[in-house]
Write a protein that binds this ligand. Structure first.
Ligand code: NAD
Length: 491
């Protein structure tokens, strides 16, 4: 079952070759099936056909991974940052050299169009190298005749990384890198909807890291709770919905695990009347419907100044009509299917609510049954502020547009949510834009942009969009204990 390219001794000469037809868990440097042999499979959301079998990890498998991780941690924590960085760079290059294979696999399991799958796979090496190049140097807090006091950052131990189904490659790389760079080891749990690329990332990692440093387990709905409650795991790095994030925190609290939670969003975009409608309206439509609306940072509530509302709406509608919906393997497709049946039903619930309450659709409309989970991009024309489509995150290709006229009022409406992930202001008047932007309650705020992220910039949410941050050097610190070291100069 094990693809031949994997070097069981942990290190290789860096030749990146993987078999993309069979899928195994990686435990202690080995490719293994589930201990009881159980398998399940994901679904290609564009065809509703079964993808290949993947293991369903048992509790015993998790225990074995934790034991291997704890053993590996003892040695890995003692390696130099330089050594870890070199391993990461080789890993990144190997991943980059398999871009096309990973992109095809990603489209098959996730549904996103190939051009976006290629971009996501490219972001893997970019995130590994970007974060891998960062440092958290020791800080000298005090240095006098009597003593020197240093703040240093030490690794936590075994990290459990829980990944959602919308960006399995980028988000797994964005957790593996800071964990291993800071001297931790990591067990990655992909979403059961999208286990394929992450299992291959785990397999590839065996060529560059000693056994037990990077392990990946595919499982069913039991595996997440087993990880968050496992006494041998020291930290949970979680990306997913707010509802699940609360369960993760509750479970992790029993063993006082460190947690980083990257959760849902309901991002507002405020469009001021000075914008160039011809250039900004297509951008806003794109930022609402990228990845079929399944990005935590997609624009999810659009507030358009009343003086330009009609013209801006019409320009958005015209641009939205050019988006091709279909199987991500077809040329020119911009919106692939929604990723899974559960999400499809959830998004359909928003359409039902729109219909039930007689809201107006500027473009798009009813969801019709097809061979895949396809939904046409839909804009809801000026719904009430308290409607479901404004208040909740659909995580699908349906977005509301509303009017505003008073600056204080639109800021209050933008902030009137438990979410606080991203927000943006669009204006040709940069003073006005900066003034509004600084009042927005969100972890990332942009002027004349949205969704722009970087491995060097900390990413995290305010309010119920998360706790802590990942990426950037402050993200590294969330994978560490802070230690105050007092060095007395005389005994
Ligand atoms: P989800 O919360 O359903 O699942 C996320 C992961 O958690 C999956 O791997 C799942 O198997 C696991 N999980 C489920 N129940 C668990 C439990 N009780 N204990 C431990 N793990 C458990 O989220 P999803 O549907 O996969 O992703 C969509 C959501 O994620 C959206 O709300 C989106 O906004 C959010 N998201 C946030 C970010 C961010 O960085 N802030 C990025 C991507 C997605």
């Amino acid at each position: 079952m094990a693809p031949s390219a994997t070097n069981e001794n942990g290190h290789s000469n860096g030749t990146a070759k993987l078999d993309f037809t069979t899928f195994s868990n990686t435990i202690n440097g080995k490719l293994v099936p589930a201990s009881d042999g159980a398998t399940r499979h994901g679904i290609n959301p564009a065809t509703k056909k079964a993808n290949p079998p993947v293991p369903v990890a048992t509790k015993k498998d998790l225990d074995a991974a934790v034991e291997a991780g704890r053993a590996a941690f003892k040695k890995w924590a003692k390696t130099s940052v330089q050594e870890r960085r070199e391993a990461l760079v080789k890993f990144a290059d190997a991943l980059g050299s398999l871009q096309e294979e990973f992109a095809q696999l990603l489209t098959m399991e996730q549904g996103k169009p190939l051009m976006f799958a290629r971009q996501e796979v490219q972001s893997g090496p970019a995130w590994i190298k970007g974060i891998g190049n960062l440092d958290i140097p020791e800080e000298v807090v005090e240095d006098n005749e009597d003593r020197k006091v240093i703040t240093r950052y030490t690794p936590l131990g075994v990290v459990g990384a829980i990944v959602p189904w919308n960006f399995p490659v980028q988000l797994a790389c964005g957790k593996i890198t800071p964990a291993v760079l800071t001297g931790n080891v990591i067990i990655v749990k992909p979403s059961p909807f999208t286990p394929y690329c992450d299992l291959k990332i785990g397999e590839l990692a065996q060529q560059f890291f000693p056994p037990g440093v990077v392990q990946v387990l595919s499982g069913d709905d039991n595996l997440g709770p087993w990880i968050t409650s496992h006494p041998g795991i020291d930290k949970i790095s979680f990306t997913g919905s707010t509802v699940t994030g609360k369960k993760v925190m509750e479970s992790a609290s029993k063993t006082l695990k460190r947690v980083t939670l990257e959760l849902g969003g309901n991002d507002p975009a405020i469009i001021c009347k000075s914008v160039n409608i011809a250039t900004v309206a297509p951008k806003i439509a794109t930022l609402a419907f990228l990845n079929s609306g399944q990005i935590c940072l997609c624009v999810k509530r659009i507030y358009i100044h009343k003086d330009i509302y009609n013209e801006f709406r019409d320009a958005m509608v015209e641009h939205t009509k050019t988006f091709k919906v279909g199987n991500g393997t077809e040329d020119g497709v911009f919106l692939g299917p929604v990723q899974n049946s559960m999400q499809y039903e959830k998004v359909k619930g928003f359409f039902d609510d729109v219909e039930k309450n007689g809201m107006k659709m500027a473009v798009g409309g009813k969801v019709s049954e097809t061979g895949g989970y396809f939904i046409n991009p839909t804009i809801i024309d000026n719904p009430k502020e308290d409607s479901k489509i404004v208040q909740e995150e659909p995580f699908g290709p349906i977005v509301p547009i509303m009017t505003w006229s008073d600056e204080d009022d639109v800021v209050a409406r933008a902030n009137d949510t438990q979410m606080g992930l991203g927000a943006s202001v669009w204006s040709s008047d940069l003073d006005e834009a900066a003034r509004i932007a600084k009042q927005l309650e969100a972890g990332s705020v942009w002027v004349n942009a949205h969704i722009e992220v970087s491995p060097l910039v900390p990413f995290g949410g305010h309010k119920q969009s998360g706790i802590g941050s990942e990426w950037g050097s402050s993200g590294l610190k969330h994978f560490c204990n802070s230690q105050s070291l007092f060095l007395k100069k005389k005994a």
